[in-house]
Design a protein around this ligand. Structure first.
Ligand SMILES: [Zn+2]
Length: 242
């Protein structure tokens, strides 16, 4: 047996997109709370030069791991040199304003993603929106999925399975399901909590007649989340709710 035969084959195409990113391609994004942002805005001495991300912010700010635009683009090119994205405007896609839905196509497969500027303005807002939408759409292909998930992806495997109730009513369509998943992502919604609220074992079991309510609730949350993000918009005090 030669060494070459025992080497595992390197994933390609869409399988390569799911491969974890190396540590040096993972960046840290500070996610201050509104109170932390306000505290430092009122008195800059309440902040520190952060050793993790290099920005000036409150010492207790939590950081999220994320894959930057360059690293993601590099991976997309490795998977499919002909990958493309285009803005996507379709009826039914919620947008409280300022954000953008895109269609990302890799290896002939297209999936939707939503991005917003996260408080940035001007040209930076456009770049941030594109990068954010690409990360979101690429996540639908499994790119950096472990970073998006705040806990252990497979933690639920050990929990006793809830017996699926016999479904009397028609359940949501595949398109409705996709939309809900995108709304969960856009609003950081706890999927398990959502299922508990609607009394279903899984999102796909949601009765079709419960979909309008679920969608409306999530869209409201999305609109509020975007409003809250605006409070981080630099000196744009007029955006602040209070
Ligand atoms: Zn930091």
């Amino acid at each position: 047996m030669t060494a070459k035969q025992s080497e595992p084959t390197k994933p390609t195409g869409l399988a390569l997109l799911r491969e974890p990113f190396p540590a040096h391609q993972i960046s840290k994004l500070p996610k201050p709370t509104k109170a932390q942002t306000d505290a430092v805005r009122q008195d800059f001495k309440k902040g520190i030069r952060c050793q993790i991300c290099g920005a000036w912010h409150h010492p207790d700010v939590v950081h999220l791991d994320y894959v930057g635009h360059a690293a993601l683009t590099d991976r997309l090119l490795d998977c499919d040199p002909n990958w493309t994205w285009e803005p996507c405007v379709e009826p039914g896609l919620p947008n409280p304003g300022g954000g953008m839905w895109i269609k990302l196509t890799v290896c002939g497969v297209s999936r939707l993603g939503f991005g917003h500027a996260d408080g940035k303005t001007g040209g930076d807002a456009i770049k941030e929106t594109i990068g954010d939408a690409l990360r979101n759409a690429a996540m639908r292909f499994g790119a950096a999925l472990d970073l998006w998930h705040k806990g252990d992806l497979h933690a639920t495997d050990d929990e006793p399975e809830q017996p699926a109730k016999p479904v009397q009513t028609p359940v949501i369509t595949e398109a409705d399901y996709t939309l809900l998943i995108q709304l969960f992502e856009a609003t950081n919604t706890d999927v398990k909590g959502f299922c508990n609220y609607f009394g279903v074992p899984a999102v796909k079991s949601l009765p079709a007649d419960a979909f309008p309510k679920a969608k409306a609730m999530l869209e409201k949350k999305l609109a509020e989340a975007v409003k809250q993000d605006d409070t981080l918009a630099g000196d744009a005090d007029f955006l602040k709710g209070e």
